[in-house]
Write a protein that binds this ligand. Structure first.
Ligand code: ASP
Length: 421
């Protein structure tokens, strides 16, 4: 039998290496062969896109089974069901808190730097604005009418609710519960094995995704809104490096350096797929096996975070709101800024972690403060790169909060955390 285990550090380095290689190859192609019709059809839109798409599909394929099985395993192993409420309460509070910090930082930076003054966007792409469900509808939708439907659609919150209820029932169902619990435990080990297998494809998948992107991006679209792009990137880096390090250090005393070094593979996955949902399998595996978080906590907090915690997205939305107001010469009052903060936090709760969703949500935020939704067209052309970067921040936030909550519950193995990766 071939051994499919791997050295995490080597794999992470290979993934990062293939990202950099993809970037160089892609940029070189952008200036040379990318306009050649045959090359574009066969290599960029053909072979390389196929590799990238297959890789993302393999990852996405694992999300629903993994979340379902690992959550049942985690919840049914809880000695005290009250602990679930505590873990949930802590995780949700921290997720909302970090998102609040993120959007506040974003607005303050947008007010100081004023990225919208003097901007001259090159592309004004028309876009359908999707209707947002109300906050109460988001709450109703958390309860699945039909769990199979929720799984078929990949709706994370109803899947989480269903799996938690099954897990609790297993814990309370005596002998039958024990037997089913063992089954899910074994199933979890098998699916995790499969995650490791798919991760081995990552260097190729990541290379293909980044190459196609760098080869087909119209870099000139960045010039007119460069200040906006650079401000979003800078605030994303600051939030991850400063806010997360501070929270981790203050709450746990653990080393942020080790945390980031072990998270670099996950960040690369999130960056290249631009989807925190598709990255869930990798985030789960890493927080458990590299950071030492027990499945009893991570199986709950990671999928929850991928859905309700989007700090990177909040940063983009805060700066974009400021940018659009400045571009159209609208003066926002203090009340309107507060409204942006509240709306951004609420919007992130119901949204799935898939590519580009942050921009769709922005429409609802703008509408609430009376800014023109057409403003989105100003930044649409440059959103993909920002989407990738903010997704990396989103998943890092999920893992950081997971580590803090696990530590406070005595569910973090400090020896694993400290181990060299
Ligand atoms: N792509 C982001 C994520 O999956 C969401 C967004 O900001 O569009 O986390």
């Amino acid at each position: 039998m071939t051994d499919l285990s791997f050295d995490h550090q080597k794999l992470s380095n290979r993934i990062l290496g293939s990202m950099v290689l993809g970037l160089f190859v892609g940029i070189a192609l952008n200036f040379t062969l990318a306009d050649n019709e045959w090359f574009k059809a066969m290599v960029l839109d053909g072979f390389l896109s196929m590799i990238g798409e297959v890789f993302v599909r393999f990852l996405s394929m694992l999300v629903v089974p993994l979340v379902f099985v690992s959550l049942i395993t985690g919840v049914s192993a809880l000695s005290d069901p009250k602990k679930l409420g505590r873990v949930g309460g802590k995780a949700v509070s921290l997720y909302l808190f970090t998102t609040g910090v993120a959007v506040t930082l974003a607005l303050v930076s947008a007010i100081i730097i004023q990225p919208g003054i003097g901007a001259s966007p090159e592309v004004l792409v028309e876009r359908e604005i999707a209707a947002q469900p109300s906050f109460f509808q988001v709450l109703v939708d958390m309860v699945p009418r039909n769990p199979v439907e929720a799984m078929a659609n990949g709706d994370m919150l109803p899947i989480i609710v269903f799996a938690v209820l099954i897990g609790l029932s297993i814990a309370l169902a005596g002998e039958s519960g024990k037997r089913i619990g063992h089954f899910f435990n074994d199933f979890n080990t098998v699916v995790m094995r499969l995650v490791g297998f798919v991760m081995l494809m990552a260097p190729y998948g990541v290379f293909a995704l980044i190459t196609v992107l760098a080869a087909t991006t119209g870099w000139s679209t960045f010039l007119g809104v460069l200040k906006y792009v650079l401000l979003v990137l800078a605030m994303l880096v600051i939030h991850a490096a400063v806010s997360y390090s501070l929270i981790l250090k203050l709450f746990t005393g653990l080393s942020p350096r080790i945390f980031f070094s072990k998270m670099r593979g996950v960040m690369a996955f999130a960056f290249s797929t631009a989807s925190s949902a598709a990255t869930i399998p990798v985030t789960l595996k890493t927080v458990q096996q590299q950071l030492g978080v027990n499945n009893r906590v991570s199986s709950f907090t990671v999928p929850l975070g991928a859905t309700i915690n989007m700090d990177g997205t909040a940063i983009m939305q805060g700066i974009a709101a400021g940018f659009i107001a400045q571009y159209y010469g609208v003066d926002l009052s203090m009340g309107q800024y507060l409204m942006v903060v509240v709306m951004v936090i609420i919007a992130s709760i119901g949204a799935a972690g898939v590519p580009g969703v942050g921009l769709v949500l922005l429409a609802g935020v703008l509408a609430q403060v009376g800014l023109p939704a057409e403003g989105i067209a100003l930044i649409l052309g440059v959103d993909r790169l920002l989407d990738m970067t903010r997704t990396a921040v989103n998943v890092t936030g999920d893992a950081m909060v997971t580590t803090v909550v696990a530590n406070s519950e005595g569910e973090l193995d400090h020896a694993i955390y400290a181990q060299k990766n």
